[in-house]
Design a protein around this ligand. Structure first.
Ligand code: MN
Length: 580
């Protein structure tokens, strides 16, 4: 069975179609060259202030910016001490808190900070805005330089959306092209610069950029490099000799300490799963839990001791975040009060929560995943908004990409969104909450259907049809190992998979008596051996839970295939979950 062909057919893809999706140009975003020329002429002892967002893209873009400027020999760099509870966009106070700066460079934020930037200009500061968010009122923005691909039609025609960290990274890459002759040890400089791009690649994944074009390229290279420096050796030995620049070498050593701190025993690779489900949530917990972004910068920029101390702190923070989200999700899903009345005032599209704003976005993602409907999560305590001069409910939005949520809602006059079209922050005018719900109902009823869960007992074919690949062990018993391995090798050629190029949805079925079921770690996990070098791994599933979902004797699993080597022996693993 050629499972890869099965996958292509199901997705209506061909190899040449994929190649087209992955094509990219290395053309820099409009405005980049002007910034390079400005930096080229700037004294290296200029006081430069740096402002960024607090999520992984924001933190990584600050790291890229700080290290990029250091590589260009700028010495007086000041990272803004921002406070998350004050909101996403920065203010006059943030400018003041940077002290006597002469230049301000933003990343992942700034395109809608008209007031704070006008204020910075009044103070004589030269302002460079690098951002990838949608601009509201670009004419009112007094920045001296703006780099944002959304203002550059030419960039998008040959490319895809890019994250804030990659936007700022491009400045340094372009600088190296424009002034290559002036850079002593050019090869060494380029070696170290690419190491900064790996941080931008992590940000591309964290910000859910499409894994096509340039993003596919840089994320693929990053994964390859991270595996090459073998962070999974579980030792405290640091990765020496990767960088020429001592400071960047120290950052990589500290990053290695961080990775070894968050790693869990069952990971084999620094792959997309590890990145998305382990590394990024730990970094994002800074924003979600209103922690101090300096924890992250100090973890990378200081000593190994600080790195391991701050890693421990971030892991604890992430555990607390998980607990909070779990609790608040349960609250959202409790539909009825004791008296039988609906707890949520609306029941669809808008959900009120007592959760802090930091986790509103996560709750919106989860609710949308469950229902398939656009979701607005609002904190149920309205607050006074200075600019609108009225009370607003603040929150976060997730919407399927077929509808331009931000633009349509901003025109409604009942609520204001900022960020990306379908992932944004929102302020709903308190007096207009109910009309706003009517507006959303009018827009969405009939446009989106609530997800129906497909039951294997009702319709086996419809159920299997949800998946790209059905690996039927019983039907393919003799070629099973070989075909599975072939699939892994074929998928590898096109990896990494991610947003807009999703990994194959695989279902594996087999008769229970064909699998040798073994408990792992006192029945906490289960291993099922199907062939000499082919096992299924079910984490957090006890062996007695391995039963059929359709009351036959066939077991169904969903998950992903991987290959691993243990004491010189290769084996194929299907890491997944039971369907029951
Ligand atoms: Mn971003």
């Amino acid at each position: 069975m050629d499972y890869f062909e099965m996958f292509l057919k199901k997705r209506k893809l061909t190899k040449s179609k994929i190649e087209k999706m992955m094509a990219y140009t290395d053309r820099a975003i409009k405005g980049t060259d002007d910034v390079c020329r400005f930096l080229h002429n700037l004294h290296r002892d200029t006081n430069i202030g740096l402002i960024s967002d607090y999520d992984t893209d924001g933190l990584m873009s600050e790291v890229v910016k700080y290290l990029g400027l250091s590589l260009l020999k700028f010495t007086n760099l000041f990272i803004s001490q921002r406070h998350i509870e004050k909101g996403y966009e920065f203010t006059r106070e943030d400018i003041d808190s940077l002290g006597g700066i002469e230049v301000l460079i933003t990343s992942d934020v700034g395109i809608n900070c008209q007031d704070a930037i006008a204020y910075a200009k009044e103070k004589g500061i030269i302002v460079i805005v690098t951002d990838h968010h949608l601009p509201n009122d670009i004419k009112a923005l007094q920045a001296d330089y703006i780099v944002n691909y959304r203002l550059d039609d030419g960039f998008l025609s040959g490319n895809t959306d890019v994250c804030g960290a990659y936007t700022v990274y491009q400045i340094f890459e372009r600088y190296a092209q424009l002034y290559s002759e002036e850079i002593p040890d050019y090869d060494k400089f380029m070696n170290d610069l690419v190491l900064l791009r790996h941080f931008a690649a992590i940000a591309a994944v964290a910000d859910a950029m499409p894994l096509l074009g340039i993003n596919h390229h840089i994320v693929g290279e990053m994964l390859h490099f991270m595996n090459y420096i073998t962070p999974f050796d579980q030792s405290d030995q640091i990765v020496q000799g990767v960088c020429y620049d001592g400071f960047i070498q120290n950052v990589y050593n500290n990053f290695h300490i961080f990775i070894n701190g968050v790693i869990e025993s069952y990971y084999h690779d620094f792959d997309m799963t590890f990145l998305e489900y382990t590394v990024i949530p730990v970094i994002n917990s800074i924003k979600r839990m209103n922690a101090d972004p300096m924890v992250f910068y100090q973890m990378l920029f200081n000593s190994p001791d600080t790195a391991s101390e701050n890693t421990k702190y971030l892991i604890e923070l992430n555990e607390a975040r998980k607990e909070l989200v779990h609790r608040k999700m349960e609250e959202l899903e409790e539909t009825e009060n004791e008296d039988g009345k609906y707890k949520q005032p609306f029941g669809r599209y808008i959900f009120m929560t007592t959760a802090p704003l930091g986790v509103a976005g996560l709750l919106a993602v989860r609710m949308m995943d469950k229902s398939g409907l656009p979701t607005v999560i609002l904190n149920d305590a309205p607050e006074y908004d200075k600019d609108l001069n009225q009370k607003v409910y603040k929150g976060s939005v997730r919407c399927p990409h077929t509808y331009s949520f931000l633009s349509n809602v901003n025109q409604s006059g009942m609520a204001y969104c900022a960020g990306h079209e379908c992932e944004c922050g929102i302020s709903v005018i308190a007096d207009k909450l109910h009309p706003f719900f009517d507006f959303l109902s009018h827009e969405f009823d009939g446009m989106f259907q609530a997800k129906e869960t497909c039951d294997i007992r009702k319709d086996r074919n419809a159920f299997l049809n949800q998946f790209d690949i059905h690996i039927d062990f019983d039907a393919d018993i003799f070629n099973f190992e070989h075909d599975g391995e072939q699939l892994i090798d074929n998928l590898k050629k096109y990896a990494p998979f991610g947003k807009d190029f999703e990994p194959p949805r695989i279902i594996l079925s087999f008769k229970r008596q064909h699998g040798m079921v073994k408990p792992i770690k006192e029945n906490r996990h289960t291993k099922i051996k199907l062939a000499p070098a082919f096992s299924c791994l079910l984490w957090n599933t006890a062996p007695e839970e391995v039963i059929s979902a359709d009351s036959s004797d066939t077991v169904y699993l969903t998950g992903q295939l991987s290959k691993s080597v243990y004491r010189g022996e290769w084996s194929t693993n299907f890491v997944g979950q039971l369907i029951s």
